[in-house]
Write a protein that binds this ligand. Structure first.
Ligand code: SF4
Length: 553
């Protein structure tokens, strides 16, 4: 099999077809043109198309876009709406209170509301026009190392046509070895290759652990008589109900084109109650009278889920190593108090491009040279933005009133607060045994109607998720006995709740429990890889083109 494996050489390989990689690839081609250099640049993307795995809030601060493509409006950038006003609400179980002050980081007026799927597709077209080779449907399966065993020299893409037993079938096609002088990992939060590289090279050993939030989002078609478009604020954020005070998270509603809205709810994965179900929180948010009134008569037309890395500055790993750099959400580059990652991710890609161009000219791809990227980031507005929120995730993860004292102090001191840095705990460590859990607000099951309030499986259908059924399971559960003999008695199998796609189910047959896995439902959100309390689940890339098929998210 290995003898048939094709090998291709590029100057630079971007892994991931999101905004960070595409902005980086476009910037690199601009620099190549300015320097009259010919470059071979490639982007590989696991989704069937560029944008098909793109999901985010998404309010875009246009700072990086303006720098990269100043005439973006003339070049057909797909903008849903411009933010005309910000509304920030505190929800109790039955009421909504408009907060008199919107935190300065959340002033979005003038920013762009986009569909990340469409925006990313458009960036992909511009990258192709600039000469970038784009390969959708090619997941990076494995990092290739040089003779020294440590320098990254490229990526092997996933094989196709492997059966569930791991054996090649008649339609077997081996993956391709894509060699590059520099490999740029921009896989988004909890990228599988980024995780593998981090484990091998210890890129985050001396840093705070990364922490995450799981976001579930829908695009809802409002009825013709909806008055949402006449509101003075088309950018709404909420906190409070249903998560309450202890667990960070909250909701958002953004106006889109054609009488549609984007609506979503984020739950921080630092929660301690193994009975908590982020999808249930999302449904409770939708059923709140304030939200229900906005969406009444509407219909869900797309749903999806994804984790966001929210740890901030102190959780960012070492950004460069020999032969590779890390960009975007996979490197934890996120402005947490602003709830924004797209613009800082794009800028990180653009700065990486500048450092890579210098490395190409010097023909030196060692960490020492590629570290210029980290230096450029430190000197840029990205650092200024994310540094201010350096302790926010840690403050938010605190229980009780102390959280608000810390947040207030950080707000006034531009991030320093009472403790700097404030310690963070990894999300897999925070669950408490099921017997000790708080029941919180979870009580009666939220009713579904199949149209506006849909269950997890209908949500999977609405995400257009597809995987070839006849392939090895891409959710690697390392010890199935541990699931039933240790995790179930202690935590009540939290994977059956934290997965927004009902991939994990506990079955009982003649008194014997077993974990059933439905990998074809997987939305590639990565929650299981992050939150499993025994780190017993590893998410690996399924066969190329598998996963969601977002078009509007
Ligand atoms: Fe997300 Fe894991 Fe469920 Fe897939 S299996 S949808 S990655 S939690």
């Amino acid at each position: 099999m290995a003898a048939d494996r094709e090998s291709i050489e590029f100057d630079v390989l971007f892994v991931g077809g999101g905004p960070a990689c595409l902005a980086g690839a476009i910037r690199l081609m601009q620099l190549a043109q300015e320097n009259a250099v010919e470059l071979e640049v490639a982007v590989i993307e696991k989704g069937a198309e560029i944008g098909s795995h793109g999901i985010s809030g998404a309010v875009l601060n246009p700072l990086a876009l303006n720098e990269l493509i100043p005439d973006f409006a003339d070049r057909g950038c797909p903008v849903e709406q411009t933010v005309n006003g910000d509304g920030f609400y505190f929800l109790t179980r039955h009421k909504a209170y408009r907060m008199p002050i919107v935190p300065r980081q959340m002033h979005n007026t003038g920013f762009l509301i986009i569909s990340l799927a469409r925006f990313t597709r458009w960036l992909g077209e511009l990258a192709e026009e600039a000469g970038v080779n784009i390969f959708p449907g090619f997941p990076g399966q494995e990092i290739l190392y040089g003779a020294d065993g440590r320098t990254v020299v490229g990526v092997r893409t996933g094989d196709k046509g492997i059966g569930p037993d791991g054996q090649p079938k008649g339609n077997y096609e081996p993956g391709i070895d894509i060699h590059a002088k520099v490999t740029v990992l921009g896989e988004g939060a909890r990228g599988s290759l980024t995780k593998a590289l981090d484990e091998k090279r210890g890129l985050s050993h001396s840093h705070m652990p990364q922490v995450y939030e799981t976001g579930i989002k829908e695009v809802i078609q409002l009825p013709e008589n909806s008055d949402f478009s006449s509101r003075a604020e088309n950018d709404i954020h909420t906190l409070g109900y249903p998560l309450g005070f202890d667990v960070p998270g909250g909701g958002f509603i953004y106006q889109m084109k054609d009488n549609r809205i984007a609506l979503g709810y984020l739950t921080a994965l630092c929660y301690d109650d193994p009975g908590l179900d982020p999808y249930d929180m999302f449904m409770r948010f939708k059923r709140h009278p304030f939200v229900a009134e906005i969406i009444t008569g509407g219909k869900v037309i797309e749903q999806g889920a994804r984790t966001v890395s929210t740890g901030g500055y102190y959780s960012m790993p070492q950004l460069a190593t020999d032969g590779a750099v890390l960009i975007g959400g996979g490197a934890g580059i996120h402005n947490t108090p602003a709830l924004k990652g797209i613009h800082v991710g794009m800028k990180s890609g653009m700065l990486a491009a500048e450092a890579i161009m210098a490395a190409l000219q010097e023909e030196d791809y060692t960490r020492a040279t590629l570290d210029r990227y980290a230096a450029l980031l430190e000197a840029s507005w990205v650092k200024t933005e994310i540094y201010e929120g350096r302790n926010v995730a840690a403050a938010l993860s605190r229980r009780g009133f102390g959280k608000w004292i810390h947040l207030g102090a950080q707000y006034v001191t531009k991030g320093r607060g009472f403790q700097d840095p404030m310690a963070l705990e990894a999300d897999w460590q925070t669950l408490r045994p099921a017997g000790a859990r708080r029941d919180g607000d979870q009580g009666a099951k939220i009713e579904t109607d199949g149209t506006l309030y849909v269950d997890k499986l209908t949500g999977v259908y609405l995400s257009k998720t597809m995987h070839r059924e006849d392939q090895p399971c891409h959710l690697v559960v390392h010890d199935l006995d541990l699931c039933v003999n240790t995790c179930y008695p202690k935590f009540g199998s939290p994977c059956t709740r934290f997965c927004p796609a009902k991939v994990y189910e506990l079955e009982e047959d003649a008194g014997k429990r077993s974990l059933k896995i439905n990998p074809s439902n997987c939305l590639h959100c990565k929650t299981c890889d992050i939150k499993d309390p025994y780190r017993n689940i590893t998410w690996v890339c399924p066969e190329g083109e598998g996963g969601p098929g977002y078009t509007m998210a």
